[in-house]
Ligand binder design. Structure first.
Ligand SMILES: C[S@@+](CC[C@H](N)C(=O)[O-])C[C@H]1O[C@@H](n2cnc3c(N)ncnc32)[C@H](O)[C@@H]1O
Length: 203
């Protein structure tokens, strides 16, 4: 958590995350992560082939989620969905298919280059019910009780203030709304030579 970090370390982490995801936006996820990404990652995580089968390969190549939020519960036609840390927008576009023309999906990401790429993907697929905007999980630019569901994939581990990000998520959900969250957690302390390194945040 950021309470244990100095201001220069926090700046370094922000900059490192931004640089890493600028690279992913430009060149795709291949070679940038220590887990399967792109179509291989989505197949492994059980994404519905009947939905992603229509997505062009260059869209799928930008997927860098760590799991499959859609395996945690349904998104229903007509619902409003927020995708926190949407990256290049693959999960937002999947959600757009699931909620249909009567629903809406907003993808939000802190990296402007990812949002540009997500908008290009949305235009390519022509899903009018999906929009994208730049913003931070810790300060969501939406009113209270705006969404039926929040999805997020591989993002909360990167937030500097996790308590704030979760409180914001709760604030924008309607009463009874759902959080479908896929992420990574440490199951044991890091080895001494890796513990406390700023680079751990964006490897
Ligand atoms: C591992 S990628 C996952 C992207 C996308 N969810 C996917 O499954 O392809 C993490 C994303 O989180 C974004 N991110 C990092 N910190 C964030 C924050 N505090 N608020 C919003 N987005 C953030 C990064 O810019 C990056 O696009």
């Amino acid at each position: 958590m950021s309470e244990e970090m100095t201001e220069p370390e926090i700046c370094q982490v922000r900059q490192g995350i931004r640089q890493k995801y600028d690279r992913v936006a430009a060149a795709g996820a291949g070679g940038c992560f220590q887990y399967p990404t792109g179509k291989a990652g989505m197949d492994l995580q059980g994404y519905p082939p009947e939905v992603i089968g229509d997505f062009p390969p260059e869209v799928l190549a930008t997927f860098c989620g760590v799991g499959n939020p859609f395996s945690l519960g349904p998104l229903n036609p007509g619902e409003a969905v927020l995708d926190i840390g949407c990256g290049a927008g693959v999960d937002s576009l999947v959600a757009g298919h699931l909620v249909g023309a009567g629903g809406r999906v907003v993808g939000l990401d802190v990296t402007p280059a990812m949002i540009e790429r997500a908008r290009a993907h949305q235009a390519r697929l022509g899903l009018a019910n999906v929009t994208f905007q730049v913003g931070e999980a810790e300060a969501l630019p939406f009113p209270d009780h705006d969404f039926d569901a929040v999805i997020s994939n591989g993002v909360f581990n990167l937030t500097l203030n996790k308590e704030k990000a979760l409180k914001e998520t709760h604030r924008v959900l309607k009463p009874g709304g759902r959080l479908l969250l896929a992420d990574m957690v440490l199951m044991a302390a890091l080895p001494p030579d890796r513990a406390g390194r700023v680079e751990n945040w964006f490897q």
